[in-house]
Ligand binder design. Structure first.
Ligand SMILES: [Mn+2]
Length: 306
């Protein structure tokens, strides 16, 4: 079965519909379908940021209902469920802080908290699987890591969706659920040495850096972190080079191709390895939605990016 893998959408309908058209999908009876029966496979993060929250969800959901698409859960759908979930003490699993509200504002404008439409869509998010492990390929939002997938097993139902209990367990940062979700949906991060921080793209000071978990462990540690070199002074670079993250996150051990989203790549889409492709080229900044035409190949081909 031909699959068209599609990266993070983040509420931008126009680039998504442009990509679907380019991939040969046509809108029939209110849903996109492919004349050859191709299926689209979305990498999660449908929501937040963009102006078309409802339209994006409508497109993807209608395709899924017509059996024309699959979609996994992104960290933004996960966060949306946590933002809507109250613990026994009535506090929300994801606190309603200014920062968390701002990140979720575009979605809450279209789906006001407490409205029936909001409750309904949160229930739908809960039906998105954390990963897909199909015959020819696997997919997960941020990081394919076997130990953390095993760790998350007790938190998943038979369809690989998080259970209601798992969202509550996540509130405890010492739980396996918390650790596994952080790694699989948000990607491994590295605490920088004491006092070391950098200025992130959004202007905030951060002391935790995202790890390029697929990068060669023997590479300079600086090349394994998502920190732009210009953000680091020499002493920071030295401090990071003292860290050992060598054996922490090796590339996935699977023998089939894995697709991910999440990482705000830029430039011309490139494979991360011949078994790993990231489809997130940040529709937010580039205005372009990236896809990959998967035709069952065991070794991925850069020319299949769309
Ligand atoms: Mn993401």
């Amino acid at each position: 079965m031909p699959y068209d893998i599609i990266g993070d959408v983040h509420g931008f309908a126009a680039p998504l519909e442009k990509l679907l058209a380019k991939l040969g999908y046509v809108e029939i009876n209110g849903t996109y379908a492919h004349p050859q029966g191709n299926k689209a496979c979305f990498m999660g993060d449908l929501i937040d940021r963009g102006p078309d929250q409802r339209r994006v969800i409508e497109i993807v959901r209608n395709m899924m209902d017509a059996d024309n698409a699959l979609c996994i859960m992104g960290n933004h759908e996960f966060n949306a469920v946590c933002y809507a979930t109250q613990k026994a003490d009535n506090a929300y699993v994801r606190p309603h802080s200014d920062k968390n509200f701002k990140q979720h504002e575009a979605f809450l404008k279209d789906y006001p908290l407490g409205s029936p439409a909001h409750a309904e869509i949160i229930d739908w998010f809960k039906t998105l699987p954390v990963f897909l492990d199909l015959e020819g390929f696997a997919a997960i939002h941020a990081c394919w890591d076997e130990p953390h997938l095993q760790m998350l097993k007790p938190s998943l139902n038979a369809e690989n969706c998080l259970t209601d209990a798992a969202y509550l367990a996540y509130a405890d940062q010492t739980s396996d659920t918390y650790q596994a979700v952080e790694c699989l949906l948000k990607g491994p991060e590295l605490d920088l040495p004491n006092g070391v921080s950098y200025t992130a793209a959004d202007g905030s000071e951060r002391s935790v850096a995202r790890v390029k978990w697929w990068a060669d462990p023997d590479k300079d540690v600086n090349k394994r972190l998502f920190i732009r070199a210009k953000d680091l002074d020499a002493s920071t670079k030295d401090a990071i080079n003292q860290l050992s993250i060598k054996d922490t996150f090796n590339a996935h051990a699977q023998d089939k191709p894995v697709f991910i989203g999440h990482y705000w790549m830029s430039g011309t889409p490139k494979l991360l390895s011949d078994k790993l492709a990231c489809l997130d080229y940040s529709a937010v900044h580039s205005g372009v939605q990236v896809g990959y035409r998967f035709r069952g190949e065991a070794t991925l081909k850069p020319e299949n990016f769309i």
